[in-house]
Design a protein around this ligand. Sequence first.
Ligand code: ZN
Length: 117
Amino acid sequence: MSPHLTASQKALLSVELEQHALALRTQLAAHLHGQSRVDRANEVLHQDNDDASQRRPELAVAAALTDREQVELEAVAQALERLHGGHYGVCSTCGSDIPFDRLKVQPWATQCIPCAS
Ligand SMILES: [Zn+2]
């Protein structure tokens, strides 16, 4: 259990996490869609080689964004599991309670401020 969080605080964090997960999935879908379009554009460009190298950075940026979103989405999903499983808001390094003020800003945080910094 997480005795330092009230039921209403947990309910609020749960809503925050659900909303953030939804926003991430939307962004991820948009980027994956964009990425596959850039891939197709590259195939066309490779037949006529001149601009292909200028297109590459765009592809790398899209891939980096997608990676970051997938990592964050995974962190959010795990936070929701912990929240529902009753082992939420505890620092994974030192075991102390993560303050609600920190969780409000970053509900998927796994470390307290001293351990994270
Ligand atoms: Zn800690």
